[in-house]
Ligand binder design. Structure first.
Ligand SMILES: C[S@@+](CC[C@H](N)C(=O)[O-])C[C@H]1O[C@@H](n2cnc3c(N)ncnc32)[C@H](O)[C@@H]1O
Length: 157
């Protein structure tokens, strides 16, 4: 699939909470879910440009300058909770899916392009995640009330 001139891929856009401009003209937004999800009166609207699985992205290799990857990270969020609907839930074979998703994000990046990987290590520790993806980040930083959210930066060399 062509990228229609878009420079940035958000491979797990969800409701685009992290975006300042949720319709950024340089970005293409993808997610495997689409719809309006309601829990306890709270609506989460997921409307990707392309509904697709990050394990098999429908883009040519070397397509984007920047890829954002923010997959589910919790094993215990119920599907019908507000957080479960915003962030999704980690699958039982999460190691395979996350590794495949990471490799796909790298494949569609242009050489020297940047991958921003957001993780929360409440349930699965950063060291375990790094064992799974087998690539060392350049640098990263924690954020959030409890310092559990980690922003990792990779470059495709
Ligand atoms: C942590 S949320 C992303 C939140 C988003 N960054 C935001 O700012 O709102 C993770 C998203 O990944 C999506 N997801 C889970 N598994 C996926 C897969 N295999 N392929 C594509 N998207 C997936 C979920 O539907 C969910 O919307």
């Amino acid at each position: 699939m062509k990228t229609a001139g878009k420079k940035i891929l958000d491979a797990t856009c969800g409701s685009r909470m992290m975006w300042f401009n949720k319709q950024h003209p340089d970005a293409i937004y993808t997610d495997k879910r689409e719809g309006v999800f309601v829990a306890y009166g709270n609506e989460t609207i997921v409307k990707p440009d392309v509904k697709t699985d990050f394990q098999n992205l429908p883009f040519d290799e070397n397509s984007f300058y920047l890829v954002v990857f923010d997959p589910p990270h919790s094993k215990w969020l119920g599907e019908n909770t507000i957080l479960g609907q915003k962030y999704g839930q980690l699958f039982s074979n999460w190691e395979i899916e996350i590794k495949q998703g990471f490799d796909e994000c790298m494949r569609v990046l242009k050489p020297n392009g940047t991958l921003i990987f957001k993780w929360n290590d409440k349930d699965i520790k950063l060291n375990k995640l790094l064992d799974v993806i087998k690539v060392q980040p350049l640098f990263g930083h924690t954020s959030g009330k409890h310092g559990k959210t980690i922003w990792l930066t990779f470059m495709k060399s």
